[in-house]
Write a protein that binds this ligand. Structure first.
Ligand code: CUA
Length: 401
């Protein structure tokens, strides 16, 4: 029996690893430069949450330490000693009115404080204003679309600015988001700006964000939404208000007809190959209309508007950087985007994507029956482009500033 138990025992090194691994994991979560750190609020709304989390954490920590030490103390003090009579019980506290009132009232007070603080914060951060900028945030498999209500009529139509991946906002201002979904449930979360909000088809959930300083704040979809859930990321790019205004104006313009030879060939290729899903206003409007009402489709055939593709820091659901991270801080910032800013296009990443998109970002598989029925997989299919075509498309896409 005893020998059998010994052979089942794990070697000491593996036991040590089993102990250390979770600790290392925990420590890994403490990285000081993690970009998705809810404990480093970057705006007034996120700070309200932080101001709730900290005192509640302190209360919980104090209770935890007191209870654990209390348990240890009692276990040690009242353990059965060698010459104790095993039938004799230690003194019982059952029926001690003072103690029972104490341990009923104290937790009730603590929980009362916690719930009051929580409710107050909840009401506070859900208090949207409706007087500033409103952006509709639409989750879909697997990227985020942003529609700016530029004319302020409360509707989100094709006349408004439509973009993807980068949610550009003015710094220091409240921005109302209306979060929804076109297919399944997603969840929008920029940890440094506010809590998370589910994106549910057929519903609109309000969420307000506000970033103190210009900068780029990242997040990712936090509701499992299918194969490429982990490739569904968000970037909020906060600009100084005057730069935001000129950004908004630029976004309303159509794309310029490319003059460069390779880019012009790319534009032609784009109109021929990409119009079923993608629109670049001023380039392929006609072909896009003919390509089917892409905008109204569910799931597949709904693809980002690419009119100002090159003004975004990332592509493919913000999974890949479109511009090089020149200062190496891990995030492509506004001043690294665009050749006019001295930015450098991450050509290799874009080429790899065009060469074989499903290899870079897994897509929902389609059965032969679904193909028969005219359905495409979600996400971008492999178009089997030649290297020359890829070069031309990249040259064209770079002009979409
Ligand atoms: Cu969208 Cu997970």
């Amino acid at each position: 029996m005893r020998a059998g138990r010994q052979t089942r025992q794990r070697p000491r090194s593996r036991r040590a690893l089993a102990l250390v691994a979770p600790l290392l994991l925990l420590l890994g979560a403490c990285a000081s430069d993690a970009p998705q750190d809810t404990l480093e609020p970057a705006g007034p709304i996120a700070r309200k949450i932080d101001n709730l989390v900290n005192p509640v954490f302190i209360v919980a920590a104090v209770v935890f330490v007191l209870v654990e030490f209390g348990v240890l103390y009692l276990v040690l003090k009242f353990r059965q000693r060698k010459d104790d009579d095993p039938d004799e019980l230690p003194g019982q506290t059952h029926g001690n009115t003072k103690l029972e009132i104490g341990w009923t009232v104290l937790p009730a007070l603590l929980l009362g404080f916690v719930s009051f603080a929580t409710l107050a914060t909840l009401f506070d951060i859900n208090d949207t204003q409706d007087d500033g900028l409103t952006v509709q945030v639409t989750g879909q498999q697997w990227w985020w679309e942003y529609t700016y209500d530029t004319d302020g009529d409360g509707e989100f139509t094709d006349e408004d600015v439509l973009t993807a991946n980068d949610l550009v906002v003015p710094a220091g201002q409240n921005v109302d988001l209306e979060v929804t979904s076109r297919d399944v449930i997603h969840s929008f979360w920029i940890p440094r700006l506010n809590g998370k909000k589910d994106a549910v088809p057929g519903r609109r959930h309000s969420l307000m964000i506000n970033a103190d300083e210009p900068g780029t704040y990242v997040g990712q979809c936090t509701e499992f939404c299918g194969l490429s859930h982990a490739y569904m990321r968000q970037r909020v790019v906060a600009l100084p208000p005057d730069e935001f205004e000129s950004w908004l104006e630029d976004q309303q313009a159509e794309a310029d007809e490319p003059t460069d030879e390779a880019a012009a060939a790319g534009a032609e290729l784009f109109a021929g190959q990409c119009s079923v899903c993608h629109l670049a206003r001023g380039i392929n409007d006609e072909q896009f209309e003919d390509g089917g009402d892409g905008m109204a489709q569910l799931v597949s055939e709904n693809a980002p508007d690419l009119t100002h593709f090159a003004t975004r820091g990332a592509f493919a659901g913000a999974t890949f950087d479109l511009w090089e991270d020149l200062d190496g801080d891990g995030i492509v910032e506004a001043d690294e985007i665009g050749t006019a800013n001295g930015g450098v296009l991450d050509r290799a990443a874009l080429e790899a994507w065009l060469r074989d998109p499903p290899a870079a970002k897994p897509m929902a598989p389609v059965t032969p029956e679904e193909v028969e029925a005219g359905e495409q997989g979600r996400g971008m299919p492999n178009l089997n482009l030649s290297e020359e075509q890829i070069d031309q498309l990249v040259a064209f896409l770079e002009t979409l500033e």
